[in-house]
Every structure is written in structure tokens, then in C-alpha cells.
Design a protein around this ligand. Structure first.
Ligand code: ATP
Length: 322
């Protein structure tokens, strides 16, 4: 293999740049040429290919977002769009592609491979940590640290005014951010899509907890079945009118920021492993880290199965938040 391409796709995540740097420098070490594709699959279709060298990835390991930019591409979902993308890859003589993105990006790669022979290897770039086949996804550690810092600040106000705060965090289909950030921030309760939310039970818990502490933090994953934080707060307030109830939606600030040390290290390991995987002849696999070791998981499995939520963590949160 003499020439590869790399792109970032889907939602941006802190650590994508560190991963990109590792891909480019590992490829150069193996005497390969590397092209960066700007704007994800859209750029593959619209011919936004740029030559990368050692210098083009200098001084980016600490930067959030992605210097290659990213996009959600409707056109890549069509046969016509993927044909144009293949044409461009062939035009530049690309023999392998590293895609840094989430489950949608890997589904796109699988669709592409039905008609094209160029191998794709993926690095899990998503703050959600919702892919099977890896303990961590790129950006997850930074995101939970960002949430914990934000909740610490909210707690100062909650504590000073004896308030009940509902803090909504990212996670349309996954409660992974809510879970670890909730434990780290010492939340009273977390509400996540993976478990049934019983408002009545929450109200009872809050009534009992009132005896020990007057401020309360409830973390709500945006995809919780009972609705977002505003809906849940409204229902709770009806039954606990004495509480001074507030809602904070953390939103996009969870995506940004300089990657944590853990994200930089994991992203570097994954980018390096992705290039070596292509050289070994792997295709349609996602690079992951399980129990500190690099593992390959077929895209099919990584996107179909979800990262499993440890029920013992939920139990522990309940016990610790008395
Ligand atoms: P995040 O987890 O941050 O949302 P993601 O990679 O899951 O990242 P998506 O927007 O779901 O983000 O997917 C990225 C892109 O992958 C889509 O914009 C689309 O171009 C492509 N894609 C997703 N699913 C398919 C599919 N079934 N067929 C072809 N392309 C797809």
C-alpha cells in the first residue's frame, strides 16, 4: 500500500486531531503518501483532497474539533454520491481509507464497500461512547470531564439556594455520558435511555433525600424516554412544589475543548493502529481499545451492538447518593 486517505466524519469530537496526526505520521513512517479529505464524505464527493505531510499535523494534538473539518453528508447516502466518491478516490490512486467518526460514518463505509474494493478502517470518533468493540471512543473522556466541571459550577448555585437542578447532557440513544459524569459529579440520580424512567419513584427518592441535603442534581440524558430535562422537571415540580426547580441544558459546549490526556493517548494509539491494520490487509473494521489492548471489531458488529451499560454502576450511584 503506497497511498491512503484520512477523513473525519459525523459530529466532531476532541481527540480527532490527535488521531489524525497519528494516522499521517504513521503512514509517513511506512513511506506512504497521505491525503486528507476535508468535510468528511461530502469532501470525498466534491473532490476536497489535500496532501498531508508531517508539518500539516504539527501543533494539533491539543486542539479540539478537527482541522480537516467534518460534515454530515446526505449525498453519500445515495448510490450516485458514492459513485462520485469512488471516482475521486481512484483519481488520486487511494488504496486505503481511515475514517474517524461514529456509527453513521461506519455504516457509510459498509455501504460503500458493497460496490468498491478500497478498504476502509475506522477509528471511533464520537463523544457518545456508544460503539461496541471499544472501552472508550475518541472524545468521551474529555466530554465527561467537561460535564463534571459544568455540574460542579451548577452545584455551587444549587447549594447556595437549596435548589433542585435538572442538568441535560448529550446522549440521544446512550446514557454513557450521563452515567460517568453523574458518578463523577456526585449526582443524586441519573435518567438514561437504557433504563425505564419512573417519575413517581424519582419523586419519592427526592422526598427521602430532602432530609440529608437541600440541593440536588439530577442528570438527564437528552434521549431519556420520559422526555428532556424540561419535561421531567415540570412533572416533578407538580408533585414537589416546595422545591426551587431549575433546568440547565449543557448542549454543544460538551463537544468542544482541548482533549484530555487520556483522549490524546487513546486517539494516538487508535490512529497508529488504523494505519498498521490497513497494512495488514484489514478492511471494514473499527479499531478499539479493550482492557488496554488494541482490538479490531467488524463495522457490522460495532454499529449493531451497543456498548453495554454496567448495571452495577447504576446501583453504586444509588448507594453513594444517599
Ligand atoms: P456521531 O456519533 O457524532 O453522530 P456519526 O458518524 O454517527 O457521528 P452520522 O451523521 O450519523 O454521524 O454519520 C456520518 C455520515 O455517514 C452521514 O452524514 C452520512 O453521509 C454517512 N452515513 C451514515 N449512515 C449511512 C448509510 N446507511 N449509508 C451511507 N452513508 C451513511
Amino acid at each position: 500500500m503506497k497511498k491512503i486517505a484520512v477523513l473525519t466524519s459525523g459530529g466532531d469530537a476532541p481527540g480527532m486531531n490527535a488521531c489524525l496526526r497519528a494516522v499521517v505520521r504513521t503512514a509517513i513512517y511506512h513511506k506512504m503518501e497521505v491525503m486528507g479529505i476535508v468535510h468528511g464524505y461530502d469532501g470525498m464527493i466534491r473532490d476536497e483532497f489535500i496532501k498531508m505531510d508531517e508539518k500539516s499535523v504539527a501543533n494539533i494534538i491539543h486542539r479540539g474539533g478537527t482541522i480537516l473539518k467534518t460534515a454530515r453528508s446526505k449525498e453519500f447516502m445515495t448510490d450516485e454520491g458514492r459513485k462520485k466518491a469512488l471516482h475521486n478516490l481512484q483519481k488520486y490512486g487511494i488504496e486505503g481509507v481511515v475514517v474517524i467518526g461514529g456509527d453513521g460514518s461506519f455504516k457509510g463505509a459498509m455501504e460503500f464497500s458493497k460496490t468498491a474494493k478500497i478498504p476502509f478502517v475506522g477509528c471511533p470518533g464520537t463523544i457518545d461512547n456508544d460503539l461496541a468493540g471499544t472501552d472508550y471512543t475518541i472524545g468521551y473522556d474529555t466530554a465527561i470531564n467537561t460535564v463534571v466541571q459544568a455540574v460542579d459550577k451548577v452545584r455551587d448555585t444549587a447549594e447556595s439556594h437549596d435548589r433542585l437542578f435538572f442538568v441535560e447532557v448529550m446522549g440521544r440513544d446512550s446514557g454513557m455520558i450521563a452515567m460517568l459524569a453523574g458518578i463523577g459529579a456526585g449526582a443524586e440520580s441519573i435518567l438514561i435511555p437504557e433504563t425505564k424512567t419512573d417519575i413517581q419513584q424519582l419523586v419519592e427518592r427526592l422526598k427521602n433525600k430532602r432530609k440529608t441535603k437541600n440541593s440536588k442534581i439530577i442528570i438527564v440524558a437528552e434521549g431519556d424516554e420520559a422526555g428532556g430535562a424540561f419535561v421531567i422537571a415540570e412533572q416533578v415540580k407538580k408533585q414537589l412544589p416546595d422545591y426551587d426547580t431549575r433546568v440547565t441544558v449543557l448542549g454543544h459546549l460538551q463537544r468542544g475543548g482541548s482533549p484530555s490526556a487520556m483522549d490524546r493517548v487513546n486517539s494516538s494509539r487508535m490512529g497508529y493502529a488504523a494505519v498498521e491494520a490497513l497494512l495488514k490487509g484489514e478492511k471494514n473494521v473499527m479499531i478499539g481499545i479493550i482492557d488496554k489492548s488494541i482490538v479490531y471489531t467488524p463495522f457490522e458488529k460495532a454499529t449493531k451492538q451497543k456498548q453495554k451499560m454496567d448495571p452495577d454502576l447504576l446501583r453504586m450511584l444509588d448507594i453513594l447518593s444517599i
